[in-house]
Design a binder for this molecule. Structure first.
Ligand SMILES: Cc1cc2nc3c(=O)[nH]c(=O)nc-3n(C[C@H](O)[C@H](O)[C@H](O)COP(=O)(O)OP(=O)(O)OC[C@H]3O[C@@H](n4cnc5c(N)ncnc54)[C@H](O)[C@@H]3O)c2cc1C
Length: 486
């Protein structure tokens, strides 16, 4: 009899372990490795919902002297042919911010030279360089990027033009790490913009979505690459702000941090994790390139339209947090994550991001206000990450006018008119609750928000657009973002 109990026990364990493995394998089998080709003469962005016919794409040269000559020629051609110019980096903005119908697109990615001033810790970098290029370069000198997004797949020019932010502890967005940049204006003149020179343009271009000219070379403050030890706390979202203060803000050793909310129907927004990395006196691990993240990606993709997958992901991630607690990483490794970590290979759907910045005093109210909206929506919610962003005193279109928490929300949307309409409704509702809680929404995403609500979030939008006309009266630099909100 005892023998049978053992066999049944072992069978139960096998079944128990094989369900998640089967779920992950099924996710892999269901993926068809078909990439969508962009037809010749068209362009698109990371949303995959902005396929647009354009006149020309110009690949800018790598060389400093050549780029000046080529851009001047391109501006001349555009003016003679009555064309608009849009500027593209890694094109991860999602509302046609890099696109103007029938216009010229400048692909800035080839322009990526860099040079480090090791005495003053200043990196001078071409605007087309990606953060991953910069991290690899700085790693050789024991340095790291001061402020950037959570992934390293974005261009520096694009990141400045959206004024991104990431895992950095209690710091303002990227703007605060920018010392100066050069800008080619529509008349071909190149000027330097900083807090001392051309201050107005400095403020307008940072978070200015490519509407004032082409950013060429950027000077950024850099910091030391360091050994960081992983720590994590599992907590109720109700205690998030209290624990954030105690474990993050009041701990001078914390260097990078992010939070996550549970999004499975079970315990929906009722559990959170606070993940942080503390500076330790230890050898800095060597930066490794090309580590496989496929299992992590499949666990993430397995959560799409699957309550089981969402629970599995939460359980695996919180389980892995325990395993990796106290593990030591280099700061550069942590900042080197690539967007392929979450890549969607299903061509009938797309992943869309949104972000809301909420003052600390309304943190809990915002969660409770967005809860029924997210629950009732037919759009599939994939992830909510939380970041602390400190007040930004530099950019004109400023989303962090005081210290805020950013709620970064990722959805999966089918590429249908019905889901597009659902998403529009959902976005409008979320913006309403952000405004109710004295917050703002982030501008690089889909253009589902009307002009009126945009101005409530960005009260100086009208003067921003007036200043656009002061510096670029013929609207040479143009894109769908400008056409939508101006
Ligand atoms: C998966 C994913 C994750 C993201 N994570 C974050 C995050 O953690 N934090 C965050 O803040 N944002 C995040 N974003 C939002 C945002 O879209 C990116 O920060 C952004 O796209 C920046 O870089 P890019 O090179 O892709 O810019 P692009 O999308 O190419 O361009 C963005 C804007 O900058 C302008 N621009 C680009 N280069 C220049 C130049 N040289 N001169 C003048 N204007 C220029 C463009 O015209 C456009 O208006 C994320 C987006 C995605 C899709």
């Amino acid at each position: 009899m005892k023998k049978y109990f053992w066999i049944i026990g072992i069978l139960i364990i096998i079944v128990f372990l094989s369900i998640p493995i089967f779920h992950i394998l099924k996710t892999k089998w269901n993926e068809r490795e078909i990439s969508i080709e962009i037809p010749k003469g068209y362009t698109n962005d990371a949303s995959q919902l902005n396929l647009t016919k354009i006149d020309t794409i110009i690949q800018v040269p790598t060389d400093k002297k050549e780029i000046e000559i080529q851009l001047k020629k391109a501006f001349k051609y555009a003016k003679e042919n009555n064309l608009k110019i849009s500027i593209a980096g890694a094109r991860h903005s999602m509302g046609g911010h890099t696109i103007y119908p029938n216009g010229m697109v400048l692909n800035m990615l080839p322009y990526k030279q860099m040079e480090l001033d090791t005495i003053n810790n200043i990196l001078t970098i071409g605007s087309g360089a990606l953060w991953e290029d910069a991290l690899k370069y700085l790693n050789k000198y024991g340095k790291s990027i001061s402020i950037m997004q959570a992934f390293s797949s974005f261009s520096i020019g694009g990141s400045i033009s959206v004024n991104g932010h990431g895992w950095q502890k209690d710091l303002p967005p990227i703007s605060s790490s920018v010392i100066s940049f050069t800008l080619m204006k529509g008349n071909g003149e190149i000027i330097t913009c900083s807090r001392q020179e051309n201050q107005e343009l400095f403020k307008l271009v940072i978070g200015g979505y490519g509407l004032f000219g082409v950013v060429l070379d950027i000077k950024l403050k850099v910091v030391e690459n360091e050994a960081l030890q992983y720590k994590y706390i599992r907590l109720s979202p109700d205690n998030y702000v209290k624990y954030y203060k105690k474990y993050i803000s009041e701990n001078p050793n914390v260097n990078l941090v992010f939070g996550r909310l549970r999004i499975s129907n079970k315990h929906f927004l009722e559990e959170a994790t606070l993940n942080f990395f503390e500076k330790v006196d230890a050898a800095i691990p060597i930066l490794q390139n090309g580590k496989s993240t496929e299992t992590q990606r499949l666990v993430f993709r397995g959560s799409v339209n699957s309550e089981y997958g969402k629970r599995l992901r939460w359980d695996l991630e919180t389980g892995m947090n325990k395993v990796f607690k106290n593990e030591i990483y280099s700061r550069n490794e942590l900042l080197s994550d690539h967007v392929s970590l979450i890549e969607n290979k299903d061509t009938s759907s797309t992943d869309l991001l949104q972000e809301y910045f909420i003052p600390e005093r309304n943190f809990n109210q915002f969660i409770s206000d967005m809860k029924p909206i997210l629950r009732n929506s037919k759009i599939d919610l994939l992830n909510i990450t939380i970041r602390g962003v400190h007040q930004d005193n530099d950019s004109y279109l400023n989303y962090a006018r005081e210290n805020v928490f950013g709620f970064v929300i990722l959805f999966n949307q089918k590429k249908t008119y019905k889901q597009e309409a659902e998403m529009k409704k959902l976005t409008s509702q979320l913006v309403e609750v952000a405004l109710k809680n004295e917050g703002t929404f982030y501008l690089p995403y889909r253009l589902h928000i009307d002009k009126d609500k945009m101005r409530k979030s960005y009260p100086n939008a009208d003067t921003f657009f007036q200043l656009k006309l002061k510096y670029d009266p013929t609207e040479l630099f143009n894109n769908k973002f400008y056409e939508h909100y101006k």
